[in-house]
Design a protein around this ligand. Structure first.
Ligand SMILES: Nc1ncnc2c1ncn2[C@@H]1O[C@H](COP(=O)(O)OP(=O)(O)OP(=O)(O)O)[C@@H](O)[C@H]1O
Length: 382
């Protein structure tokens, strides 16, 4: 989208917000069977998803999976072909953006270039004809929240990317929105600033726990760091959702496993669906392993065993623990960690561990271990 169009959108959103005198308690967001089409092309198909009041929900997925489209539907910039959108108790589907009580921050900040920082932040409040003194106080408060009090008189071009994004966040929050919509807010920043901004966003949310946040990103680390729950999109469809840790530890599908981070996905066959204590027994080549049971799978079923690389260790840990002996096929030192790839039972397994003082040489055989609870099953066709 052209930068000018983004600024127009943000201008429209920023004029919104709840009444100054009655800050609202948290309001959730509801997508009820929402479909969005461009011409004949359906880009978002039947999205049903609820974001609870005060929750941070990350919407992640590959490029083109319709994350931004879903967010823009909440903002009111795209109109669903069918379905309803709710913010709190209100059905906002037919409301214009400025009547939806949203705050929005986009990738390229979209600050008004001809306005100083304080005027950018004051924009929405002035559009609503707030009293001058109240505007001044609220602008100062929001700039303090994002650590930008010393920059009130600067123009956006006189700020770094991270500083511009802080101002954009202050502007979005100034009108006390019911929900905050963040569209790849950190992706234009370099890695170090991104990391500190993530922590600041978490801190901001702690200070405003009733604020509901929809956070669009294609970066799983951002999602896992910040979000209470994650929804994964693929080709315009919601393919998985759940609490961040649970989704990471027990991904329902291969796609979810791989999209959320590095994963060993080993071909196994189910030998015993219930081996007691919530465990199952599977066969990998010639050996038998204890893993976390997954309801609904029957004996003989081909599955993928998902083990994250840092769930594998050189010493036994967790109970019960599995042992496999492998041959070292690759070894990589990456500063604060070692990545070791071993071959066992005809498959490659990658382990990530703290830097090894005495790393094994290529071709050497040695045992590795993983706890049953760190190994989860995914039906092969999921
Ligand atoms: N205004 C538009 N007209 C026609 N097609 C569009 C328009 N906006 C988006 N699309 C199409 O809709 C689909 C979803 O786009 P969207 O921007 O929502 O995806 P995304 O998951 O946010 O991608 P990215 O991570 O690259 O931003 C894409 O195929 C895109 O080409």
């Amino acid at each position: 989208m052209a930068p000018g169009a983004v600024i127009d959108d943000v201008r429209s959103a920023v004029r919104a917000g709840s009444s100054w005198s009655s800050p609202k308690l948290g309001s959730g967001i509801g997508f009820e069977d929402v479909t969005v089409s461009y011409g004949k092309l359906v880009v978002l198909a039947s999205l049903s998803l609820t974001i609870e009041p005060g929750e941070i929900m990350a919407l992640i997925g590959p490029s083109g999976s319709a994350k931004t489209t879903a967010l823009r539907a909440v903002a009111g910039f795209v109109r669903p072909a069918s379905g309803r959108i709710r913010i709190g108790e209100r059905d906002v589907t037919d409301l214009p953006p400025h009547a939806r009580d949203i705050g929005m921050v986009v990738q390229n900040y979209a600050l008004f270039p001809h306005m100083r920082v304080e005027d950018n932040v004051a924009f929405g409040l002035r559009a609503r004809r707030e009293a001058k003194e109240a505007v001044k106080q609220r602008v100062a408060e929001c700039l303090r929240m994002v650590g930008m009090s010393a920059y009130t008189q600067r123009y956006p071009r006189e700020l770094s990317g991270g500083q511009q994004q802080r101002v954009a966040i202050a502007r979005a929050l100034a009108v006390r929105p019911r929900v905050l919509l963040l569209d790849e807010p950190l992706s234009a920043l370099d890695a170090q600033i991104r990391h500190s901004m993530l922590q600041e966003l978490a801190r901001l949310h702690e200070a405003m726990p009733s604020l509901t946040v929809l956070y669009v990103t294609h970066d799983q680390t951002e999602a896992l760091t910040l979000a209470d729950r994650i929804a994964i999109m693929r080709d315009g469809r919601l393919v998985a959702s759940g609490p961040s840790q649970a989704l990471y530890r027990e991904p329902p599908t291969r796609f979810a496993a791989e999209f959320l981070g590095r994963a060993n996905l080993l071909p196994v066959t189910l030998e015993a669906a219930d081996a007691g204590d919530g465990l199952a027994r599977v066969r990998l080549g010639e050996i038998s392993l204890l893993v976390k049971a997954r309801p609904g799978l029957s004996v003989g079923r081909d599955c993928l065993l998902c083990i994250r690389p840092h769930g594998i260790a050189m010493r036994p840990g967790g109970r019960p623990s599995n042992e496999l002996t492998g041959v070292v096929r690759a070894m990589q030192w990456q500063g604060d960690l070692h990545s070791v790839t071993l071959e066992t039972q005809g498959v490659l397994i990658r382990m990530i561990c703290a830097p090894l003082r005495d790393p094994p040489s290529l071709g050497v055989r040695f045992p590795i271990h993983f706890a049953a609870e760190d190994a989860t099953l995914i039906p092969e066709d999921a």
